[in-house]
Design a protein around this ligand. Structure first.
Ligand code: FMN
Length: 314
């Protein structure tokens, strides 16, 4: 494993978790990531954007080496407006979300909700030819309902000038649960002419090994929850070994200190600070003592929060 060529690891976009401060501090403390993505940017009623989403794509708020902003849209008109925003903000790449499973968006044929409609996908994606100076990628699922919906889209996808496709090996109806479907992934992998990145349930070095043994021609692996749980996973993959418990705790402490300092300076009051910091513990270090984790989640005051985190990282 150590001597083999390493594939690039991409940090999946996770709304509510991987915002700009998280990405910046992750790269500073853990590293090992080839590309970070912003959670999706959408067009609101009246053609406006949410200020949180605007902040997240501003160059001055982003320090990572390689960041790709992501968009979600169902019509070329919407997509054009979001890509224009990205370009105005100095981005030269955009990732198109064809995978989100949220019912509200799916009903409007956004995210994985557009996958059963090849003509709508064609109309949406043809918009990329209007922006020859930008590079586009697609992040999609096997389908909304059936895992072969992605195959019906392949002739169209193969013809487009895409930088890469990331395929989450589930259908939208599964949300984030149930088994990933490697046989359905393989059917797409065999016929896809673009660099292909695998996504779904990779959380250990063994998972990466198993994946690369079955799919040696992958161009990368995108990891989401596995990195929220073990933020050192990509770094460990580059090293070829897992970190010792001591090293891991040291890095998590440093990471937490940076996030704490950042949010203390940027949020209003301790209530907001505790609420924001608690979110990272939803996934982080799943093996931590359950009682301590509970203390972190139940804390409402900054002092009790800090005491619980110190206990957990002892
Ligand atoms: C809380 C949460 C938020 C997510 N937000 C986004 C998003 O904004 N854009 C996107 O393409 N995928 C989003 N995803 C999907 C992840 O990027 C990823 O495809 C999925 O979690 C499967 O990969 P994993 O098993 O490595 O986590 C989100 C997933 C979760 C659990």
């Amino acid at each position: 494993m150590q001597d083999e060529k390493k594939v690039p690891i991409h940090f999946a976009p996770l709304q509510g978790f991987t915002d700009a401060p998280y990405r910046n501090m992750h790269e500073t403390i853990f590293g090992g990531i080839d590309t970070y993505y912003t959670p999706f940017v959408r067009l609101e009623k009246g053609d406006s954007f949410r200020s949180r989403e605007l902040r997240d794509i501003e160059q001055e708020n982003n320090g990572v080496n390689h960041l790709i902003p992501q968009l979600i849209a169902s019509t070329p008109d919407e997509m054009r407006k979001i890509v224009t925003l990205f370009r105005e903000k100095g981005h030269t790449e955009a990732d198109i979300n064809l995978g989100c499973p949220f019912p509200m968006l799916v009903r409007r044929h956004k995210g994985s909700g557009i996958l059963p409609y090849p003509e709508e996908v064609a109309a949406l994606l043809n918009c990329i030819t209007e922006f020859p100076e930008m590079q586009f990628s697609v992040k999609m699922r096997l389908g909304w309902e059936k895992p072969d919906e992605c195959l019906a889209l392949l002739p169209l996808l193969n013809k487009l000038p895409l930088k890469q496709i990331t395929l989450h090996a589930r259908v939208g109806k599964q949300q984030y649960k149930g088994e990933t479907n490697w046989n359905a992934f393989e059917a797409f992998y065999r016929e896809c002419k673009h660099p292909l990145i695998y996504n779904g349930d990779i959380s250990t070095l063994e998972d990466i090994n198993r994946l690369m043994t079955r799919f040696p021609n992958l161009s990368g692996i995108m990891i989401g929850r596995g990195l929220l749980a073990n933020p050192a996973l990509a770094y460990e993959y580059q090293l070829g070994v897992a970190l010792s418990r001591e090293e891991m705790l040291g890095k998590v402490k440093a990471f937490h200190n940076l996030l704490f300092g950042y949010y203390e300076a940027h949020l209003q009051g301790n209530d907001q600070l505790v609420t924001k910091l608690k979110t990272i513990w939803e996934y982080l270090l799943p093996d931590m003592d359950k009682k301590v984790k509970k203390k972190i989640h139940k804390s409402t005051k900054i002092e009790t929060y800090r005491a619980a985190v110190s206990e957990g990282l002892k």
